[in-house]
Design a protein around this ligand. Structure first.
Ligand SMILES: *Cc1c(COP(=O)(O)O)cnc(C)c1O
Length: 493
């Protein structure tokens, strides 16, 4: 590609992206196509081309494919998961980062990219009120951030050289987390060689927060039976309903017993910066490590997760394979030394630019807006005759559709079974409509529609349209199910 071709194609592509962004609101949230339809659009069976093709043709074709056949998580009515709308400056940042193709594995290979990442880590810690001299690095997302912290904890806490001798080198390790914890913890226990049996699942209270008494009991039993507890993981916003564990209590519990206290803040940690954050969120400042996800509430395009570790040397101790005399620049940060990756991309640029474009105050305001929108939806559901408001934590609201004639039966087994099926089908109907996209949560046994607001495009009007949409599609699904007769036993999917 010549420099002039690059210039022309780049301008054309940016124009197409700008048009796409301008049209997001008017598109269906998802085309809701089958795998067969998507494969047909792609020409999935087409063999690897033997000869090349003109880049402008390819970019046009690729743009058509992805604009027309994608779920749009940047759509103002996408509420399905904690997957955010991507900041346009982040899109430009990824292009810019690719231009120098910095390898942020070693300082020498990426001097400015490394220093920008160091600054980003410090700024993120500062935003959270976490010690600014902590260690940390950007990784692909929340799962990898949690895993990185988990491995740092394992190396620091095992009590033997677990990196050399592995987990058989000492008594069986144990970790503690609530039953609402994201599946990262299973992957981490597995990948770290402990096995998922090493996880003690602690039940939650009716607000989906870890039960401290049950934690204490499990811990005591394990110690008596010869296990070696080493880590307590709290959630700063659970993935399902956004519940915040009593983090200060978990911090105190861990400190007394010399356990590593980790906080999964992939979703909720950034909310600790706002004025009326749930008080318990501040407890993440006491953690030995925190996982946060700039690709959630900081609106970085995928992928950008971040692991923060209070004692910076714990990361080196968990990942470095260089003897202390090995010097690749003593003063400099070499990220291959403090994380699992070797070659690394320049993820920091998109986070760094967005932090400056918006500023800390701008981010606080956007996070507050999302929380206010979710609260508004909860209140609308409370006031609506056909809706039952279930939970509101941070920017996640769960609710369900309850036809008026079933109100009286709520709580009875038969009605609950029917409502579970009705709401499951309603969720699918909402998706098929293209008018919004929600997912589900099971809240104290009830199948709930789950609205996650992590989106700078979502407005009050979008929230106010939801009760009507749910009631309209809900009554249609209800009528269909009533006329057909409902199958008696179908489990919650
Ligand atoms: C999203 C999320 C994760 C996983 O993060 P990814 O970025 O998807 O890897 C873990 N924990 C919580 C609480 C989350 O919300």
């Amino acid at each position: 590609m010549t420099h002039e071709q690059f210039r022309t194609l780049g301008h054309q592509l940016i124009d197409r992206i700008a048009d796409f962004l301008a049209s997001v609101r008017t598109r269906p949230v998802t085309p809701c196509e089958s795998p067969e339809e998507v494969r047909a659009a792609l020409g999935a069976a087409c063999p690897l081309p033997e000869t090349g093709e003109d880049a402008s043709v390819l970019l046009e074709h690729a743009s058509d494919l992805i604009f027309e056949h994608s779920l749009l998580n940047g759509h103002p009515r996408f509420y399905g998961y904690i997957t955010s709308s991507a900041a346009p400056i982040g899109m430009l940042a990824d292009l810019l980062a690719a231009s120098v193709n910095a390898n942020a594995g070693a300082w020498k290979l990426a001097p400015m990219a490394t220093e920008i990442e160091v600054q980003v880590i410090r700024w993120l810690a500062q935003f959270l009120g976490y010690p600014a001299n902590c260690g940390g690095l950007l990784v692909s997302g929340g799962n990898m951030a949690n895993l990185t912290c988990f491995l740092a904890a394992r190396a620091a806490q095992a009590g033997w050289d677990v990196r050399k001798r592995g987990v058989p080198g000492g008594p069986p390790l144990r970790v503690y987390a609530s039953s609402e914890t994201h599946t990262w913890i299973q992957k981490a226990a597995d990948v770290a060689g402990l096995g998922t049996d090493a996880i003690r699942w602690i039940p939650t209270d009716p607000q989906q927060r870890i039960d401290l008494e049950a934690l204490e009991t499990a811990y005591r039993q394990d110690v008596e039976e010869g296990y070696r507890p080493f880590l307590v993981a709290g959630s700063a916003g659970t993935v399902s309903t956004g519940a915040v564990d009593p983090l200060p209590d978990l911090a105190a519990f861990s400190k007394e017993r010399n356990l590593w206290f980790h906080v999964d803040g992939a979703y909720g940690a950034f909310a600790s910066a706002i004025q009326d954050a749930p008080a318990d969120l501040a407890g993440l400042r006491l953690a030995d490590s925190v996982a946060v996800d700039p690709h959630k509430w900081l609106y970085a395009p995928l992928e950008a997760g971040c692991a923060l570790v209070r004692d910076a040397s714990a990361l080196r101790n968990a990942f470095s394979y260089h003897p202390p005399y090995y010097s690749f620049g003593q003063e400099a940060t070499n990220y291959f030394d403090i994380g699992p990756q070797n070659s690394r991309g320049f993820r920091a640029l998109k986070v760094w630019l967005a932090l400056q474009q918006v500023g800390a105050a701008g981010y606080r305001e956007m996070i507050e807006d999302d929380i206010a929108l979710a609260r508004h939806l909860y209140e609308l559901a409370l006031a609506h005759p056909d809706l039952e408001a279930l939970t509101h934590h941070l920017s996640i609201t769960t609710l369900r559709y309850v036809p008026v004639e079933h109100r009286a039966g709520v709580g009875s087994e038969e009605t609950e079974e029917y409502l579970n099926q009705l709401n499951q089908r309603l969720m699918e109907a909402i998706e098929e409509s293209g008018e919004a996209f929600v997912s589900h949560a099971v809240v104290n046994g009830k199948y709930a529609l789950r609205f996650c607001i992590v989106n700078f495009r979502t407005s009050t009007a979008d929230m106010e349209a939801m009760p009507q949409l749910i009631a309209r599609l809900g009554s249609r699904v209800h009528a269909e199910m009533s006329s057909r007769g409902v199958p008696q036993h179908s489990a919650i999917r």
